[in-house]
Design a protein around this ligand. Sequence first.
Ligand SMILES: Cc1cc2nc3c(=O)[nH]c(=O)nc-3n(C[C@H](O)[C@H](O)[C@H](O)COP(=O)(O)OP(=O)(O)OC[C@H]3O[C@@H](n4cnc5c(N)ncnc54)[C@H](O)[C@@H]3O)c2cc1C
Length: 413
Amino acid sequence: MNSIEPKRIAVVGGGITGVSTALFLQSDGHAVTIFEPDEFGTGTSSGNAGVISLGSCIPTAMPGIPARVPGMLLDPYGPLAIRWGYLPKLTPWLLGFLMNCTPSRARKNATAKAALLDRAHAAYDMLIHQADAEDLVSRRGMLKVYESEASFARAKFEIEVMQHTGRRFDIVSGDEIRQLEPGLAPIFARGLFFDDNSGILDPGKLVARFAETFVAQGGKVVERHAKNLSGDGPYSISTDSGEEEADIIVIAAGSWSSRLARQFGTRILLDAERGYHVMLPHPETPLNRPVALTAHSVFLSPMDDGMRLTTGVELGGNEAPPDYTRVRRMISRIAGSVNGFRSEEQSVWLGFRPSTPNGVPFIDELPGHPNVYIAAGGGHVGMTMAPISGRIISDLVAGRDPDIDLAPYRVNR
Ligand SMILES: Cc1cc2nc3c(=O)[nH]c(=O)nc-3n(C[C@H](O)[C@H](O)[C@H](O)COP(=O)(O)OP(=O)(O)OC[C@H]3O[C@@H](n4cnc5c(N)ncnc54)[C@H](O)[C@@H]3O)c2cc1C
């Protein structure tokens, strides 16, 4: 018997976080409406590397990163770019990032991410099962490869933190890499194999499948931008086609979430870490699983429609037009890493990782605004953390114990 009182809930944003949250809330019997102006499965949640990455507890803010930033920015193949005109707006976020680059903060942030990652697969599997989406997921792990013993040695702190937080992975030799991935060139000395990771074969299709399931189960979609959120319960959501009322609001608008939280007087440090992909044909021997080429800060993910090359980070907010120069440069750069590499560009894409300075998402009720929740900030592993974030929000709404210490995910942390 369901003892939860059904509520009218508005979920703002229909990326992976919004649709996942909506499905969990719907399972509790609530009347849920998703506000999303774009077609499902076309935004940031569609063009990512598709790794359900249970091993990825390491935040971007790590010891040693500040010293490497100038070199990264000067390197035309480097993993970091900044749109300098955006710097004034970015400064508070950057300062927060720098403060998190100490060993103790990095350990603490990794532990907070790990607690979500530990629960991520169970939450994903519930939704994959509900949406009958098993065909979109390949459960063959993820491989991270290093070209030399020296570069592997530089990952010592990272590996120590991953071990400490209970990540499951094996250290593999060059021979073992060749057995796992015959499609890779025989140039790698060491690797980390995460056998419990999965690869999503078409992330956009997965989001769309979750959304279709939501609608088939009676969920409502307003294909509009939520412009103004107001009231103190019930709440009003205004769009350019009118107003809707809801008892509860969940802000799940990715890197746009900070603007919406500000409408309730809540300031959060959340910005876009822009990232690009280029689709290439599968190489002669397609990869079996997503592979991280650490020397180039590039992921290669085998997808239904080809091999996806995703790159590093561009800091520049949500508005600046794309610049595909770097991602295109990486095509020739990594050609020698893959046997029978095929370099014909099929398409290019830009997405916006919703990122907090410490890499830990916000999953909370907004202070002073009962019944306004936020689930945003999954950053580099937002695809992985979305269902568990949604499950936690549904627990908070239902007054259930979420079975996790929520302190690290608080808005006022
Ligand atoms: C290159 C790249 C590679 C990545 N690889 C991985 C990976 O391998 N594994 C992983 O776990 N993560 C990965 N990520 C991160 C992941 O893609 C994101 O963290 C995740 O998709 C964020 O999902 P979201 O639903 O929170 O935000 P989004 O997908 O951005 O969705 C937010 C939605 O809100 C909507 N919206 C915004 N404002 C409003 C409004 N006012 N009203 C209504 N709707 C609104 C937007 O239209 C958008 O559809 C990668 C990201 C990039 C860029």
